[in-house]
Design a protein around this ligand. Structure first.
Ligand code: MTE
Ligand code: HPA
Ligand code: MOS
Length: 795
């Protein structure tokens, strides 16, 4: 391993060879030959993930791996055993008598606001008075070891008087039980269009939630500092939010709380808000006991306590012509939000924004209900409501194709957004970067969709038990936080006197490769090697008020902010060199680890040392805000998204009509990431997003029993895709065109959009079911063996 690799994998090595700073300028070496190309840039290449080696070697530190401060105690949560009830008493006597137990922390121990500082302010820190779901946290047991705390937490006696609970989203709808008021969006006149329609179909659909199943569970480690100041290590996508919540609960200023996150072992949206709860709980215990407290949920508790993807229920009526073109659409979407609002408002909004997916909806009426149930409070999950919008319109278009006896791909293509006309969304945003038609056509050819569809149909005719299906579905996903204010970011770039570079930004690393991409962009800007740039832990004391790393916008926002910071340093150096060489600063260039003027070239570290000696600033901040976006929250109209990311997938599946079991056989994907900053990472995101989407739609089933107990709360009963579920043929191609909007390096966001490509699997399953029976197919998600059997048998 050379020093550069070590630098990245195991943290910085000391550069003992740092020579003393020369006081006289070093003359440049001869100018490079005219026409010679600068060395290959750092961005646009498949550099391996900045922590890959350390992660494989077990040398990358997660919160639970950190060396603990002396006197650290461990907490475990006390959970409600009733879905809805009056909490009449908590008897901790037996728990306090258990070995190692130090204390029991309850709502009375909260020094600040007993409500969490969430957007809607509707969630208690610890339940008091009432409990609203099984698994709601009532308090903590603190003990000398993790296991002592967990055992004792089970011994706390809860006196809860049961109240009627609402567990199903359609029951909540009937009872008008909402966490937020309904939202209605319409364009044109859907009722009139439906009346005039040549064909009408009505239907219902239910789509399940999804557990994030990050490999690293939720964890917080709170270490008291001097003078009522706090250091919080949190596995969080949003350190700034954790800082707010902790200071709010402790009743102190934001500036007294510092939150750090080096990396997460996966977040997937599950650590956008949910990480804050653990940090607040641990901080309250640390405040009372005046010692460091660590709180890490075990897998079962993590399932019971934290929110998941929102399950949705839908009713729809659609009008269409003989060719399958939509003429009118009426939709009802009910989101199961759980017991509190959390992010349900923006999640349900994003579902509305994505009910069009790739298609022009002319006369449309959408009613969106944000239903309150006595379950965990559902939260962000990859796609953030987008998948729940897209799955509905794809279901509808598949239904139309099967109803009319047309190839659903033709129906889909007939409804795509146009270029010159039919190009305005139902929320009044013009689709300016539409590549849907050429992208779908390219995939249709490369995957040989038409001939395979024919071959499958012939094969099915001869196969009585196993049936196959194939489907292509597109994705158009809006990039930007729908709340315009979150689309801002900051970064710091430090150049040290040995020429090494450190970058820090407001984003967080959760495995998606953000730090790698940011380092690549900074390296490119300064013309140095990727290995010379080190990205460091997210830290609220370095970049304040940072947004969550979410909405797929991590690189768009933070890499641009970092690029601007690097540019400031570069400009300082360019001016300095211009002064030395008597040229304009614009004539100074940065590439291949050297800084060049028309007079010649000097190594980057050389110039840095000279600049330092001449008191030139070698570090800078950078700030970026996304241009062009605006939108009206009350009517949900405007331009909420800077641009769209596009893609399409072709999936082939087989079902066993006797058992309902299914397999995904072949997948071909064509996806648009603009000009890729790192193709290996982007393809990894596409693979991972697709497979996670497959899990949501096929095997991952959350089952709450009639008491409201989540009975699938461990890997024994909750089935995420395993290596064996990955299709044998899994081919991914990148669309070869830069982002048409001015985005960092010409790239596009990639984190969430590919998740929705997996809807092609659900559509292919319906095609397979349709090959085995007559009439329309209703297949709810997840398409477990039971649900596939139901789809085969129901009429
Ligand atoms: N990839 C990995 N490996 N782990 C994750 O937790 N989260 C996804 C996606 N890809 C996630 C991931 C989600 S929900 C989002 S919003 C984006 O990454 C966030 O990171 P980005 O904006 O930097 O792409
Ligand atoms: N996407 C993801 N996370 C978010 C959003 C969004 O649009 N808004 C608030 N948090
Ligand atoms: Mo991703 S759901 O926006 O964290």
């Amino acid at each position: 391993m050379n020093a550069r690799e070590r630098n990245h994998d195991e943290g910085p090595v000391s550069r003992a060879d740092n020579p003393t700073v020369p006081l006289l300028p070093v003359p440049p070496v001869a100018a490079p030959a005219a026409g010679s190309k600068p060395a290959h840039g750092a961005a646009g290449r498949s550099h391996k993930h900045e922590s890959a080696r350390a992660q494989v070697a077990g040398a990358a530190t997660y919160v639970d791996d950190m060396r603990e401060a002396r006197g650290t105690l461990y907490a475990a949560p006390i959970l409600s055993t009733v879905a809805h009830g009056r909490l009449l008493g908590v008897d901790a006597t037996a728990a306090l008598a258990m070995p190692g137990v130090r204390d029991v922390i309850l709502a009375r121990d909260i020094p600040g606001d007993p409500l969490l500082a969430t957007f809607v302010h509707d969630e208690p820190v610890f339940a008091t008075g009432t409990v609203e779901h099984i698994g709601q946290v009532i308090g903590l047991v603190v003990a000398g070891s993790v296991m002592e705390a967990r055992r004792a937490a089970r011994k706390v006696q809860l006196n809860i008087e049961e109240l009627p609970a609402i567990l199903k989203v359609r029951d909540a709808l009937k009872a008008e039980s909402y966490v937020l008021p309904p939202v209605f969006v319409k364009r044109g006149d859907a009722a009139k269009a439906l009346k005039a329609a040549r064909h009408i179909l009505s239907g219902q659909l239910e789509v399940g939630g999804q557990e994030h199943f990050y490999l690293e569970g939720q964890v917080a480690y709170v270490v008291p500092q001097e003078q009522n100041q706090w250091l919080v290590y949190s596995s969080t996508q949003h350190p700034g939010e954790v800082q707010h919540w902790v200071s709010h609960a402790l009743g102190i200023d934001n500036h007294a709380v510092r939150v750090e996150c080096r990396r997460m072992g996966g977040g997937f949206g599950g650590k956008e808000t949910q990480a804050g709860h653990l940090a607040v709980w641990a901080a309250i215990a640390a405040n009372k006991l005046k010692c460091p407290i660590k709180l890490r949920l075990d897998r079962d508790d993590d399932f019971m306590v934290t929110g998941k993807r929102h399950p949705f229920a839908y009713d729809y009526t659609v009008g269409f012509d003989d060719t399958g073109r939509l003429t009118g659409l009426k939709l009802m979407m009910a989101a199961n939000c759980g017991f509190s609002a959390d992010l349900s408002g923006p999640v349900a909004d994003r579902a509305i924004f994505h009910t069009d997916n790739a298609y022009f909806l002319e006369d449309v009426e959408i009613a969106s209900y944000r239903c309150k149930t006595n379950t965990q409070s559902h939260t962000a999950f990859r796609g953030f409501g987008g998948p729940q919008g897209v799955v509905l319109i794809e279901t509808i278009l598949g239904d139309i194709g099967r109803h009319l006896g047309l190839d659903p791909l033709d129906v889909r293509k007939r409804n795509l957004y146009g270029i010159e006309e039919r190009n305005v969304t139902h929320y009044q945003m013009k689709v300016e970067d539409n590549i849907l038609d050429p992208l779908l056509s390219k995939l249709e050819l490369s995957a040989q969709y038409r001939s395979r569809r024919e071959a499958i149909s012939a094969w099915n005719a001869k196969s009585p038990v196993i049936k196959r299906g194939i489907a292509i579905t597109p994705v158009k996903f809006g990039i930007s936080f729908t709340a315009t204010l979150f689309n801002q970011a900051g970064a710091l770039v430090h150049v040290y006197t040995d020429g090494s570079v450190q970058v820090n930004h407001g984003g967080t690393e959760m495995g998606q490769g953000l730090n790698t991409k940011v380092a690549q962009v900074v390296a490119d800007e300064l013309g140095v090697a990727f290995e010379d740039v080190l990205a460091t832990a997210s830290d609220t004391s370095k970049i304040p008020n940072a947004s969550a790393t979410a909405a797929s916008a991590g690189t768009d926002l933070n890499a641009r902010a970092a690029q601007y910071a690097a540019r400031n340093v570069k400009n300082n150096l360019a001016q300095f060199v211009a002064g030395l060489d008597g040229c304009g600063a614009g004539a100074v260039s940065f590439a291949g680890g050297a800084i060049s003027s028309p007079k010649g070239s000097r190594p980057f570290p050389e110039v840095v040392r000279m600049a330092y000696a001449n008191r030139i600033q070698l570090w800078s901040d950078g700030f970026y805000r996304t241009p062009k976006i605006h939108y009206d929250k009350t009517t949900l109209t405007g331009r909420p998204f800077y641009y769209f990311a596009y893609g399409a997938a072709c999936s082939e599946v087989a079902i066993d009509t006797l058992t309902g079991e299914s397999r995904v056989l072949k997948v071909d994907i064509l996806h648009d990431v603009g000009t890729s900053i790192n193709p290996a990472i982007d393809i990894g995101q596409i693979e991972g997003g697709f497979v996670q989407g497959m899990g949501w739609l096929t095997t991952e089933q959350l089952v709450w029993n009639d008491k409201g107990l989540l009975t699938t709360h461990a890997p024994s009963t909750y089935k995420i895709p395993a290596a064996g579920d990955i299709p044998e043929h899994f081919k991914i191609e990148l669309w070869p065109e830069p982002n048409r909007e001015d985005n960092v390096f010409g790239s596009k966001a990639v984190g969430e959009p590919p998740f929705m490509l997996a809807i092609s699997v659900l559509e292919a399953l319906k095609e397979a079911v349709a090959a085995a029976r007559d009439g329309t197919v209703r297949l709810d998600a997840p398409a477990t063996a039971e649900n596939v059997l139901k789809a085969l048998r129901n009429s």
